[in-house]
Design a protein around this ligand. Sequence first.
Ligand SMILES: NC(=O)c1ccc[n+]([C@@H]2O[C@H](COP(=O)([O-])OP(=O)(O)OC[C@H]3O[C@@H](n4cnc5c(N)ncnc54)[C@H](O)[C@@H]3O)[C@@H](O)[C@H]2O)c1
Length: 340
Amino acid sequence: MNSNNLKFAVVGCGNIGKRHVAVLDKESGADLVAICDVDDRKAKDLSDLYSNLEYYTDYDDMLNNTNAEVVSIATPHGLHKEMAIQALNKGFHVLVEKPMALTEEDCLEMIKVADEKRLKLYVVKQNRYNKPIFYTKKALDEGKLGKVFMVQCNVMWNRHQEYYEDSEWRGLKSFEGGALYTQVSHFIDLLIWWFGDVVDAKSFIRTFNHNIEIEDAGVSSIEFESGVLGSLLWTTCVYNKNYEGSITIIGEKGTIKIGGKYLNNIEFWDVQSFPLPEDEVFEDEPNNYGKYQGTSSNHDKLINEIVTNFASKRNGLVEGTEGIKSINAIKKIYNRTFLQ
Ligand SMILES: NC(=O)c1ccc[n+]([C@@H]2O[C@H](COP(=O)([O-])OP(=O)(O)OC[C@H]3O[C@@H](n4cnc5c(N)ncnc54)[C@H](O)[C@@H]3O)[C@@H](O)[C@H]2O)c1
């Protein structure tokens, strides 16, 4: 442990909590000082893996006793707001997993408390660090695509029924909210980062072949603030495995398709005055959870940037005021839905 390091605690020792722990363990500018899970077995097993790391089974107990400065929240969506506010009120900075919360109102409350307490409220958006995303953002910022006309985003993934059945919270309206929050918010974050807020959307959503309260498929026609027209297709019904997580951009001076299964590849890049470096290797890895895979595992880059920004008092990461934009977009896409 280094006394200058930023001290973290992690709540939620599930799929992504384990990734937070692994990343924090390796990050030289951070010290992981405590973990917490209501499931005693999960917390203890993870503690054993990391040299008897201090662990708790009660969140309040952890907040009252840990010397952490930042709390990483990796629990079900429906708990994000309450847990973030609890930590902020006790003087901790917060890094909350996506989605920030399930409603705009909840996000606003979180932002308000962070502001009042003058504490940081970061939201995980690790796909922003994928290499194809970096090049696309650069091309857009430098105006290399000219006027952007349209964007198409496909999330064609598989989640087995067991993915929902093995979980106490997935598939429930009150805890998960819907696939737009879980699988698609990564993509929505990028679309609004590049093309502005969703101003209008017309959607159809369905629950085709899972026994769950939320949707497992949808299509939406979207108008973004910049005038870009978008088409979004999402589903967890694809047979057998994940096939595609892609964004195609059609601009006046260029066409880009970021593809692969998890926005990890450039499938085509034809931009008038912005060729890709020939020797670039696209190697972003997905998070692997055993029975299924998620999006990119670039949590290490995010945590490193938090640590660096803290040391230099820089801003620029995704904070609450940015995280809320995806929740607002999701609301617009669901609200303008023609239900079955
Ligand atoms: N950024 C990403 O790519 C990414 C990937 C996966 C999950 N996530 C997000 O992380 C969150 C967790 O997802 P997951 O897949 O790890 O879920 P999970 O079910 O595997 O893990 C959640 C953990 O939280 C624990 N928990 C529940 N209530 C608790 C409480 N009151 N106190 C302490 N612990 C509690 C559970 O016991 C469980 O171990 C979700 O919001 C999800 O969207 C993000």
